[in-house]
Design a protein. Structure first.
Lengths: 305, 526
């Protein structure tokens, strides 16, 4: 264990990380945000998702100023329903990150499986999978996500809708995002599958499933990691967009996008904080993840070193 | 030389622009008219648009007073107390050139009495409509109906021949999603002609040069361009930037901003409209809740507890920024039958409400879906969200489903919602109108907007009798008795009476109509 840690410490990977201030800073930012989101129930002043704890009279408090009716003070102000913006950002980030991670994981599993299958099996299986992927690429991802979201909403029973909304979002974003993984993995698989070590494995009697998962997969994983990181930023933004359009997270469980949607109605009246803080949070979050992805791409690409 | 020419062109363009601007009025509000079929939807923005194009026999002017429109005079018949006689205006022509006469009135009123019509409640007491000459119409009711003319202020008259030629004799089944020629086109006698219409996008009207009232009304607006803009921020930005001249629903948070702009103004008046929640108390089990086998809303204690949990003062202060009048009854103060005592705002008392919930057997609460429009009433979705928080305090976990009114309203009239928001304006200024639509058992002639499933034969009989009760004291006594039952039953959870805020360019000179229907023939332009 210690041995492998030491090996990791001496590797290029960490060396290149420590030499890139952008990567270090964005990693720290992402770390703080993830921690904030995970620990939200313990650090947030109150739970904005529990409508019973809200006091409408606290609505529209400015940051750091006592509310005109209740005298309560909120660091980043409150929104139109009296939800503390700071708490709501923490809880909203939970939704954004959870949806982002899970959707990318879903897209990754789906994309890798289909990509491996297409690349390794070839023939009509490949044709079908890749043509479906091509067709889907011609639609904007957000449109596909909205379509899936709309269809799923029609099928979910009414009283489960709020609980299901998050999962529907995940599936919608995940399904709109698997194509990239599938294409990259298929390409890499086509290169790998004719190499000698695969021939050797075949001669040893390994089943195709074993070859795909144990031999090809580890060798096509590094481009997948890069795409995954960049997809994460995109998935977070997709979730925010869907919620901004009012088709994502339910209004009683605002995510960052919902908060921005609420806030933009109050921009002209001077209640800027409802929009500003969630927007900055979303910006910083997506930017950091993206920068981290950029660095990862460079670090894993020997040609760029 | 070139420069001079360009300058001249620019000046000419500016001049042309300002002339065109002086005559046209760009109008925006949150939602579009649902249809152009004059009898398919009895809904504020729908009649507001139709009032430009079509006309009723009598109408309300911008101050709310009843004035002649297609009828010049009306009176109860001297021979038969059950008959109202309307003398029609001579020489009126439809936009397509056809002449207006009593045949059209008979046709239109009969059309408005068919089951698909959303105006049938207003004519429920009518026995027969007949032409007593080319320019005279008689309306016979089951008994003497003292307020018959009040029921006709939104009852638009259409040309019989046009309707027959265009397959529009039957009223559009709006809830059933039917599309008809009359839903997209209109041929009226009104002050403005329909030039083009794209539902939810843009409707263009132009002044009717042959309008009978050309000399009588200012008619200074030449063209009207109507654009529904649902998003509050976009709507207010359009007004501030001069992209539109008149918006009918200034978001309450932006009132100061508009008032402070040097070329804009806000005019305000209380609206003849009440906002409330309706609850399905009649069904044995609800589709939208998590209680199996019974209906929590059937228990009066639950309804009363929910009523008690709503903090109307907080909604007024925070959501409406003082632009509302908290309500204790589902009736605007303009209406005959309204009293201060009935409209006393219930005290918010969560402890008492919780006690009533547990008395009713729901100490752990229950969960239910609330259907809410998001482009109809002022801050409708925000009010619903606030109610979610307030009801959560007494254990009622509400899932909010907010959507555009075109999808929301059919839920109520098709009885597909168990808990919903509705607003009710009262064009007749009389309680009977509210009872006919919202309290009477839902059926062929009455109760089309009664989503509560409340049904009480005794009350139904009393409501029907109102139409022919001529002794005013008696009638008012009956109205008071019906309201007592409605209040005791906690049929509705009233929220507030809306205050109208019209935002407009300084060049417009008008007053706020209490029914929120801007009639552009009255508008003056400076």
């Amino acid at each position: 264990m210690i041995d492998s840690l030491q090996r990791a410490w001496r590797s290029d990977f960490l060396w290149s990380f420590s030499r890139s201030p952008v990567a270090v800073v964005s990693f720290l930012v992402v770390l703080v945000m993830v921690l904030g989101a995970v620990l939200a129930p313990w650090i947030a002043p109150h739970n904005p998702f529990d409508p019973a704890t809200l006091n409408l009279m606290n609505g529209f408090s400015s940051p750091m100023e006592p509310n005109a009716f209740t005298g309560d003070v909120f660091w980043l102000g409150t929104d139109d329903q009296g939800r503390d913006v700071f708490s709501t950002i923490l809880y909203g980030m939970r939704i954004s990150l959870f949806v982002g991670f899970t959707a990318v994981l879903f897209a990754m599993v789906l994309g890798i499986s289909l990509g491996l299958l297409a690349g390794y099996v070839g023939g009509w299986v490949e044709t079908i999978i890749m043509r479906v992927a091509d067709v889907q690429l011609t639609f904007p991802a957000i449109l596909v996500a909205m379509l899936i979201f709309g269809i799923a909403k029609g099928f979910t029973p009414v009283h489960l809708r709020d609980q299901m909304a998050i999962w529907v979002l995940i599936i919608a974003i995940g399904l709109s995002d698997w194509v990239q993984f599938a294409r990259v993995v298929r390409g890499a698989t086509l290169v790998e599958k004719n190499k000698e070590y695969i021939q050797a494995a075949k001669l040893n009697g390994r089943k195709p499933l074993g070859i795909m998962s144990l031999h090809i997969l580890p060798n096509v994983l590094s481009p997948v990691l890069v795409i995954a990181t960049i997809s994460l930023a995109l998935a977070i933004i997709s979730e925010a967009t869907l919620s901004f359009l009012g088709v994502g997270a339910p209004p009683t469980q605002p995510s960052l996008g919902t908060l921005i949607r609420i806030g933009q109605g109050y921009l002209f009246s001077g209640e800027w904080w409802i929009l500003f803080y969630p927007a900055v949070t979303l910006l910083v979050l997506a930017l950091s993840v993206n920068l981290l992805g950029d660095w990862l791409r460079d670090a894993l690409n020997p040609k760029l070193r | 030389m070139m420069k001079k020419l360009m300058l001249a062109t620019a000046v000419a363009a500016c001049a042309a622009g300002s002339i065109a601007q002086a005559e046209s009025l760009r109008w925006a509000r949150a939602g579009d008219a649902l249809t152009l079929d004059p009898h398919a939807q009895n809904e504020g923005p729908t009649s507001a648009l139709l009032h430009q194009i079509m006309e009723p026999l009598v109408m309300r002017d911008m101050s709310g007073a009843m004035v002649p429109a297609l009828a010049t005079s009306w009176a109860p018949s001297e021979e038969n107390p059950n008959v109202w006689v309307f003398n029609l205006r001579e020489g009126v022509k439809y936009h397509d050139g056809a002449d207006f006469d009593s045949e059209d009135v008979v046709f239109s009123l009969n059309r408005a009495m068919t089951p698909d019509s959303d105006y049938k409640e207003l004519l429920a007491s009518v026995k027969e409509v007949r032409a007593a000459g080319p320019m005279t119409v008689e309306i016979e009711t089951d008994g003497p109906n003292p307020i018959m003319p009040n029921n006709l202020t939104n009852m638009f008259i259409m040309d019989k021949d046009w309707a027959e030629a265009n397959n529009a004799v039957k009223v559009q089944d709006f809830e059933g999603g039917e599309e008809t020629f009359a839903a997209r086109n209109a041929n009226g006698t009104g002050s403005y002609k329909l030039v083009s219409r794209e539902p939810d996008v843009k409707t263009v009207l132009t002044a009717n040069a042959d309008y009978w009232g050309s000399g009588e009304f200012p008619m200074q607006v030449q063209d009207v361009v109507f654009t529904p803009i649902q998003n509050q921020a976009t709507r207010i930005a359009a007004l501030l930037s001069g992209e539109v001249d008149f918006i009918q629903d200034v978001p309450v948070q932006d009132l100061q901003r508009v008032a402070a702009a040097s070329d804009l103004k806000v005019i305000t008046a209380p609206q003849n409209r009440v906002i409330f929640f309706g609850m399905n108390q009649g069904d044995d089990d609800l589709a939208a809740d998590d209680v199996e086998g019974k209906n929590p809303l059937a228990d009066k204690r639950v309804r009363m507890a929910m009523n008690m949990a709503i903090n109307r003062e907080a909604i007024k202060k925070v959501v409406m920024r003082d632009q509302s009048i908290p309500a204790g009854i589902a009736m605007p103060p303009f209406v005959n039958g309204w009293t201060k005592e009935l409209d006393v705002v219930p005290e918010t008392d969560n402890e008492k409400a919780k006690a009533m919930m547990s008395e009713a057997g729901y100490e752990d609460g229950f969960s239910i879906r609330l259907d809410c429009p998001n482009d109809r009433y002022i801050n409708d979705e925000a009010i619903c969200q606030a109610a979610v928080g307030m009801l959560a305090q007494i254990g009622v976990k509400v899932q909010l489903d907010a959507k555009p009114k075109a999808q929301h309203f059919p839920l109520i009239s098709n009885l597909e919602t168990d808990f919903y928001m509705l607003g009710w304006g009262v064009p007749t200024y009389d309680s009977e109108y509210i009872f006919n639509f919202l309290v009477h058992t839902k059926g062929e002639k009455y109760g089309s907007w009664n989503g509560t499933r409340f049904s009480n034969p005794e009350i139904d009989a009393k409501i029907e009798a109102l139409a022919s009760e001529t002794a005013l004291d008696n009638r008012n006594q009956m109205i008071a008795e019906i309201w007592q039952v409605v209040q005791d039953e906690q049929l509705y959870i009233p929220i507030h009476h809306q205050v109208l805020n019209w935002g407009m360019s300084n060049k417009i000179d008008t007053i706020v109509a209490p029914d929120d229907a801007a009639k552009f023939k009255y508008f003056k332009l400076n």
